[in-house]
Design a protein around this ligand. Structure first.
Ligand code: BDR
Ligand code: CA
Length: 313
């Protein structure tokens, strides 16, 4: 089987962790590198978590030292959502191995090596990718596609219209969306169809028993359950955005997209970080982004089940 060369750009993060577990379990992917970026928690923690995950999951890939801050604006995070340390309070041991170089240099090298076949999945703010394009614009034609967990064509989770990963670094998202590289945006609204209930989360806590990932996975799923019970009714829904994006990346049948013109509001006063999706072609601008408009929950949960089986072998 010819494997797809990919780089995972990420800010782990509880849902990033599940996404990386999914990618690592899929035989069709050849993960060349993980490139951490500041985001869910401060960079010292996202980068430590990325280094840790490589060891925890026995991954044979590089880890690249990425951006400590957004391009132009002050650093913020979502530590309250992802728990102490970014892993829902899981006590992350100090990784033994360090970085293999800078994120942008590794992305460039891998893009050149893959000769046009490299795909990038981004699960955090787009800062590392923007830096790569600013520093090495010549490699843009070598990137086959970027699939991002980013944005929303509907309502936001940081202000009324902005999604976290774009809100953290809107200028970076703007650079990437305008880059001419094929971009697929798996936003909050497209992912929402795959939300799972408290009962389903609890079901996974049973299923994962006896697998190699049991301790970390259960920790994260218990964190989801606790947060949801604290915040709403029993059956409210957990959308594991980064994992849904990775699942769609692995199997494109999981979602439907529409090619639209998308602009990033970089300087808004009430909606900075909004991804303005022109679903109706009103702007008359050339569409630049494939926008996920629907995703298949059954396929997503089947993939989670398959992933757990992989870690039981
Ligand atoms: C995104 O923001 C982060 O908190 C998650 O990891 C995900 O990438 C959802 O808005
Ligand atoms: Ca993330």
């Amino acid at each position: 089987m010819i494997k797809r060369p990919i780089i995972i750009d990420t800010d782990p993060g509880v849902d990033d962790t599940i996404a990386i577990m999914l990618a690592n379990a899929d035989p069709s992917l050849d993960i060349k590198a993980i490139t951490p970026v500041t985001g869910n928690v401060q960079y010292a923690l996202t980068s430590r978590n990325a280094l840790f995950l490589r060891e925890y999951l026995d991954m044979d890939c590089k880890v690249g030292d990425g951006a400590h801050t957004p391009l132009f604006i002050e650093n913020k995070d979502a530590g309250d959502i992802h728990g102490t340390g970014g892993m829902g309070g899981y006590r992350v041991p100090t990784p033994k191995k360090g970085f293999d170089g800078y994120a942008w240099d590794i992305i460039k090298e891998e893009a050149e090596k893959a000769g046009g076949e490299l795909e990038i999945v981004t699960l955090g703010p787009l800062t590392n990718i923007a830096i790569t394009f600013l520093r090495y614009p010549e490699i843009k034609p070598l990137i086959k596609r970027i699939v991002c967990m980013a944005g929303t064509g509907g309502t936001g989770n940081m202000n009324r219209y902005a999604e976290f990963n774009v809100w953290i670094d809107p200028e970076a998202a703007d650079i990437v969306f305008k880059s001419g590289v094929p971009v697929t945006m798996c936003g909050l609204d497209g992912n929402d169809f795959c939300g799972i209930t408290i009962d389903e989360l609890n079901g996974y806590l049973e299923k994962v028993k006896g697998s190699k990932i049991e301790d970390l996975f259960s920790h994260i799923f218990k964190h989801f359950v606790k947060r949801r019970i604290a915040g709403g009714p029993e059956d409210c829904i957990q959308v594991i955005n980064d994992a849904i994006t990775m699942a769609y990346f692995i199997d494109g049948n999981l979602g439907k997209t529409r090619k639209c013109f998308v602009q990033v509001e970089t300087k808004g006063t009430v909606c900075a970080g909004q991804t303005i999706v022109d679903f109706n072609g009103i702007s008359k601008q050339e569409p630049n982004v494939d926008v996920l408009v629907w995703s298949d929950k059954k396929m997503f949960t089947d993939m989670l089940d398959k992933m757990i089986e992989f870690y039981k072998k």
